[in-house]
Design a protein around this ligand. Structure first.
Ligand code: CTP
Ligand code: MG
Length: 335
């Protein structure tokens, strides 16, 4: 375990306005949200002609409040599957329905890890992926959105971390680096751990929202408007938090023993989860517990090559924020 307990540069807070303006420039304009809603409604109308009781839900970055401008949108078709249609039949039927409307590039990807129908709406230029009955994703989207409403610094931190990860090509699960979803969870965990804490642990509080999905109970406190002052005791700036985030993942996280868990608001041990050895393709080289599917390690995509790249990138980012005279440029330099 390499611990480097350095103090951050004395003038770190002077960088905050630079990072805030980068954050501002990444926020999608409100017209974009309106267009997405409209497209969702018109798709739902179309789907309801075939399946009157089916519903469409937005999930992912277009609904969790961590989406930048011009992202594709993720939609979940919620449909009772007690009929005779298999998931793939539904997907193919859905593709048929959409094709006959005036949507473009309709494709059913039935063999993908998460099977989807892809399409592009020529009216708005918006591309979407529609999956079937992935309600856990809709619920974890709500959890992330609720966290984002508690303290603005979460959204600021996550936008900048995602922007960094995309610029440095460490947001590519097919190449062994982490998903955007994993990065947001890392940010939530980090803010839960600050002293004083900037975020609470919603899943440890009295549940005001509860839903059972795939026989799993998902429950948490969701009256987040009551938590607006939660982080007020901590006045760390976004620049300081960004530095501390990368410093934690570069020098302080115990990769051998620890699992980060926003469900418990703490660190838990790999041993307790039996994540100490490779099973099949799951390697557990960086352990990030999914808040609801607790047997899911969001770091399982990381292999012995990509863990090196990832850790070098965390170190690079921490060092830039520590020493570089113009970090808000260098940090995002394309790889
Ligand atoms: N998701 C999940 N489990 C994962 C990965 C993703 O449940 N291991 C779900 C989450 O609901 C997440 C959504 O799929 O919000 C989309 O994931 P991802 O593409 O990683 O995140 P986005 O927020 O859509 O980010 P981006 O802006 O990069 O598209
Ligand atoms: Mg997405």
């Amino acid at each position: 375990l390499r611990r480097q307990l350095v103090e951050c540069r004395y003038d770190i807070d002077r960088l905050a306005p630079h990072f805030l303006s980068i954050y501002q420039s990444l926020i999608p304009p409100s017209e974009e949200k309106a267009k997405q809603k409209q497209l969702l409604l018109s798709l739902e109308r179309l789907v309801n002609m075939q399946w009157p009781k089916a519903r469409l839900h937005l999930y992912g970055s277009c609904a969790n409040s961590f989406g930048v401008s011009n992202s594709d949108i993720d939609i979940c078709l919620a449909i009772d599957d007690d009929g005779d249609l298999s998931k793939n039949d539904i997907l193919l039927k859905l593709a048929d329905i959409l094709q006959s409307d005036n949507l473009q590039n309709v494709q059913a990807l039935t063999h993908a890890r998460v099977p989807i129908v892809k399409l592009m709406d020529p009216g708005t230029g918006i591309s979407c992926d529609i999956c079937i009955n992935n309600l856990l994703a809709v619920v974890n989207t709500k959890l992330l959105r609720d966290y984002a409403q508690i303290d603005d610094r979460l959204r600021q931190l996550a936008f900048i971390v995602k922007h960094w990860a995309k610029s440095r090509h460490v947001n590519e699960t097919y190449r062994g680096t982490l998903s955007s979803y994993a990065y947001v969870i890392m940010c939530i965990h980090f803010l839960q751990q600050r002293k004083p804490a900037i975020l609470p642990c919603l899943q440890q509080m009295k549940a005001t929202y509860s839903i059972t999905v795939d026989e799993m109970e998902c429950a948490f406190f969701d009256q987040v408007e009551m938590l607006h002052n939660f982080g007020a005791q901590n006045n760390e700036s976004i620049a300081r938090l960004l530095w501390a985030f990368f410093h934690y993942w570069a020098y302080c996280h115990d990769y051998t023993n620890d699992v980060i868990s926003i469900r418990t608001g703490s660190i838990i041990s790999k041993r307790a989860k039996d994540w100490t050895r490779r099973i099949g393709n799951d390697r557990h080289l960086i352990c990030i517990e999914d808040p609801f599917e607790t047997e899911h390690d969001l770091g399982r995509v990381v292999d012995k090559y990509s863990i090196k790249i990832l850790r070098e990138e965390f170190e690079r980012a921490a060092n830039i924020l520590q020493f570089d005279p113009n970090p808000s440029v260098t940090l995002f330099e394309p790889y």
